[in-house]
Design a protein around this ligand. Structure first.
Ligand SMILES: Cc1cc2nc3c(=O)[nH]c(=O)nc-3n(C[C@H](O)[C@H](O)[C@H](O)COP(=O)(O)OP(=O)(O)OC[C@H]3O[C@@H](n4cnc5c(N)ncnc54)[C@H](O)[C@@H]3O)c2cc1C
Length: 286
């Protein structure tokens, strides 16, 4: 959906409950932001996103700046508080091709600078394809990088806390540039470690081999090292595949799957089958 097509008449005001940096000091700043809606409740499910509206005027005559963010909390709310939900936001900067100047991204910097008590205009929730299946015997293959972890935090909390007793295999392949950038799995925030004792859950982390030169997470290596298990899961008719975060993660996953399937055609056929059966979902952004 084009961002201009979002119906902004249906917005509501949320209030910031907390805004905490979850990456240690350094260049990559990611924040866990808890918002709360009062009165009208925000009725969402895991995997959906909300739109944040930053009223203008902005550059290029743009009256409103609208950006989508994945909800990182399960449906019953952040830490069980109905009406409270969290976002995981990376502070973005861009280099202008012509001037070479560095510009702050509008919505991400607006969100990262918010303080408790501040109002935020939001709309949504949006998205109806990146959803947890109802069958607790389903296997979940979750693949993400960076802030793509947000929907998976919601998934994991929903299946193990709100529902309980998930029987299918749950596998998370997650990458970041450095160990400190592994969101919700670093020294500042360890939310995922609460579920490492669940029998059906396993997490695989990938960090860059060359963090000093800003190289990306080494997802190819973690895919290659676990190719057999991933491929067995992909072939299992009870498996749902989810890809989230920067678009490049899909390219790397595809490379690994072409190798596992034996040919590009064999992987494309398998992928088409998964899509047909509603078992392959992507939530990718630049
Ligand atoms: C479904 C979905 C879910 C998402 N979930 C998350 C999430 O959970 N967490 C998260 O952090 N992000 C998420 N995103 C990305 C998020 O929506 C924004 O795209 C991101 O935060 C950047 O927005 P911004 O307003 O800060 O930057 P913008 O201001 O929109 O800048 C973005 C683009 O504009 C260009 N640009 C910006 N400023 C200038 C300038 N002054 N001059 C020239 N060019 C410029 C840049 O090249 C860049 O391509 C998601 C995206 C989608 C589609």
């Amino acid at each position: 959906m084009n961002l201009n097509e979002y119906d902004l008449s249906q917005w509501q005001v949320a209030t910031v409950v907390s805004n905490e940096r979850i990456t240690p000091r350094g260049d990559a700043e990611v924040r866990h932001i808890v918002l709360e809606v009062s009165g009208e409740q925000l009725d969402y499910v895991e995997g959906q996103s909300i739109a944040v509206i930053v009223r203008g005027p902005h550059d290029f005559g743009n009256p409103n700046h609208l950006r989508l963010y994945s909800i990182a909390s399960p449906r019953n709310g952040e830490k069980g508080h109905l009406g409270a939900f969290s976002l995981c936001v990376r502070r973005c900067f861009y280099i202008d091709d012509v001037s070479g100047e560095r510009y702050p991204g509008v919505a991400s910097n607006y969100l990262c600078d918010l303080e408790p008590g501040d109002p935020v205009q939001i709309a949504g929730p949006y998205g109806s394809r990146f959803l947890v299946p109802t069958d607790e015997n389903a296997n979940l293959l979750m693949i993400g990088v960076g802030t793509g972890i947000a929907p998976f935090r919601a998934f994991i909390q929903h299946i193990y806390e709100e529902r309980g007793g998930w029987k299918g295999a749950v596998r998370l392949f997650y990458g970041a540039r450095t160990g400190l950038d592994l969101l919700y799995m670093n020294d500042v925030n360890k939310d995922f470690s609460l579920y490492y004792s669940e029998k059906t859950f396993r997490a695989f982390e990938a960090v860059s081999q060359r963090p000093a030169v800003d190289a990306e997470a080494d997802m190819e290596r973690v895919f290659a090292g676990n190719q057999h298990e991933i491929w067995e899961l992909v072939k299992d008719p009870r498996t749902y595949v989810y890809l989230a975060g920067l678009t490049n993660v899909a390219v790397q996953f595809e490379k690994a799957m072409v190798q596992a399937a034996g040919s590009e055609a064999a992987w494309q056929a398998k992928r088409a089958e998964l899509i047909d059966q509603g078992r392959y979902s992507e939530l990718l952004y630049e």
